[in-house]
Design a protein around this ligand. Structure first.
Ligand code: HEM
Length: 154
């Protein structure tokens, strides 16, 4: 196995963990939790689920640029000669990280505080904000993966 294949595999695995995790949370777990649990129990469950997922998102946040920049240097010998789709990937990475930071440093502490104080309306509002931002990030992530796979030559 060539070193670049290893770096490439790590890059794709990081993308799968992040985008696949958001897909599962939004498309599968969210409607299942609504169907199975009442308000306070829902909020308590998300407070257990999200910090665990965010540890893995942090791994992806670090892994993607490290491996991505490694591949740029190996495959394209630098940023200037990298194709446009790789530059779009980097731009959308910044968008994804910004949204993730907002959710993990603002909305999650709000949810934690509300659940500890048993203020269920505030907790529901914090969770609602997270749902919207994670939904947007899921769409951006799917777009990045699609662009990476199609490799458009614009
Ligand atoms: C700073 C951030 C990033 C950099 C520098 C970067 C760089 C790269 C490079 C150089 C490639 C190889 C392209 C080629 O050989 O044609 C690649 C492939 C890929 N990247 Fe990224 N990337 C970044 C972020 C992301 C993000 C955020 C995602 C998804 C969430 C992602 C998903 C992928 C996928 C799925 C491939 C494989 C495409 C394929 O071969 O079909 N990357 N990336």
């Amino acid at each position: 196995m060539s070193p670049v294949a290893f770096v490439y595999a790590l890059h794709v695995l990081a993308a799968i963990v992040w985008v696949g995790g958001m897909f599962f949370a939004w498309m599968i777990l969210r409607p299942a939790v609504i169907a199975a649990l009442e308000g306070p129990a829902r909020l308590k469950l998300w407070l257990q689920v999200l910090p665990r997922f965010f540890v893995w998102v942090w791994c992806a946040v670090i892994m993607l640029p490290v491996t991505g920049i490694g591949m740029i240097n190996i495959n394209f010998s630098g940023f200037q000669t990298a194709p446009r789709y790789v530059q779009v990937m980097m731009g959308l990475y910044v968008v994804m990280v910004a949204l993730f930071l907002r959710v993990s440093t603002l909305n999650l502490p709000q949810l934690r505080k509300a659940v500890l104080a048993e203020q269920w309306a505030e907790g529901a509002a914090a969770l609602g904000g997270m749902r919207r931002l994670v939904g947007i990030n899921l769409m951006v992530g799917v777009a990045v993966v699609a662009i990476a796979a199609i490799r458009p030559m614009f």
